[in-house]
Design a protein around this ligand. Structure first.
Ligand code: LHQ
Length: 265
């Protein structure tokens, strides 16, 4: 499966049917997005979304940065352009597919994440960052607002006061601070980063994928449900989980004092 992806110029991609890995790969530009990267990301995210039994997805960056957002070199010359169109046919198109992927998505932030790069990371299910990495809402420094749903995510993750401040000031947030604020799951010492990410991906890939998919979807849903509706939703989803192989296996393994062998469905 991997061989057919050798021609990618802005990404590295592998998918063994169980774990898919996407590496943003324009290290000289801190993996900033150009049009080709949008197009190639669209292809690989579609491939992941269409891989039926995928158990975990990892997104990371090549080199010293994770992603510096939009490649500003492609915006020179002072020409006007429709940024709404750029968003709709680039970032938003990709974020919609990302959101449709049912397997857990880990974002391993290996270095600076700025602008759209920061918010792409925050759209993933579990964000782990090197302690030396920083998150920069760089948008207002060039006269823009946070995009990639940053204005939706940030108030929920860090609260309105911090969200407005970091978006308006463009102040870099170091990974440890991001962890303390609840913006990301974990900041990891640089030397332990690769091992931590690998362990997390391998662990997730062995867990009950269907239940994990329900968890991420229903937690997202919680922001639009009221209390009673949400109780109903949990009841309905738990009913489905209760009919699954992985629930039977989880209970059997517990009673037999052994490790469960989840199949992911
Ligand atoms: C870059 C970039 C970059 C090109 C570093 N582009 N080359 C925008 C418009 C359109 C549609 C909708 O959405 C958006 C969303 C956005 O993403 S807006 C925000 C765009 N991003 C930024 O404003 C961040 C710009 N970059 C920076 O502020 C810094 O580079 C950071 C803080 C990320 C890293 O700083 P340093 O570690 O000091 O690295 P550096 O600045 O020296 O960058 C290394 C190289 O990467 C350098 O190239 P060079 O040839 O001089 O070595 C930079 O020019 C290049 N680079 N970001 N976005």
């Amino acid at each position: 499966m991997t061989d057919s992806w050798d021609g990618l110029q802005t990404l590295k991609y592998s998918n063994n049917g169980e774990v898919a890995q996407v590496v943003l790969n324009r290290p000289d530009k801190l993996n900033a997005f150009n049009d080709l990267m949008h197009d190639e990301l669209f292809l690989v995210l579609n491939d992941i979304a269409n891989t039926a039994d995928i158990r975990c997805v990892l997104i990371t960056g090549e080199g010293r940065g994770f992603c510096a957002g939009q490649d500003l070199g492609t915006r020179s010359g002072g020409e006007t352009m429709d940024l709404g169109d750029k968003l709709e046919n680039g970032y938003n198109k990709n974020l919609r597919i990302l959101k449709s992927i049912q397997a857990p998505i880990v974002c391993a932030v290996n270095g600076v994440a700025a602008g759209a790069g920061a918010n792409i990371a925050l759209n993933c299910d579990i964000v782990v960052a090197k302690e030396s990495a920083k998150f920069i809402q760089a948008f207002s420094s060039i006269g823009l607002i946070p995009d990639c749903n940053g204005t939706w995510l940030l108030p929920k993750l860090v609260g309105l006061a911090r969200a407005k401040a970091i978006a308006m000031l463009g102040t870099p947030v170091m990974a440890k601070q991001a962890e303390e604020w609840g913006m990301i799951h974990q900041a990891v010492a640089d030397e332990q980063f690769d091992e931590t990410v690998k362990d997390m991906v391998n662990t997730l890939a062995k867990r009950p994928t269907r239940a994990l998919s329900f968890i991420k979807n229903i937690m997202d849903e919680s922001f639009r449900n009221d209390y009673g509706v949400h109780l109903d939703r949990e009841r309905d989803v738990q009913r489905v989980c209760g009919l699954s192989h992985d629930f039977s296996e989880g209970v059997a393994a517990f009673l037999e004092k052994r490790q469960p062998e989840f199949k992911g469905h």
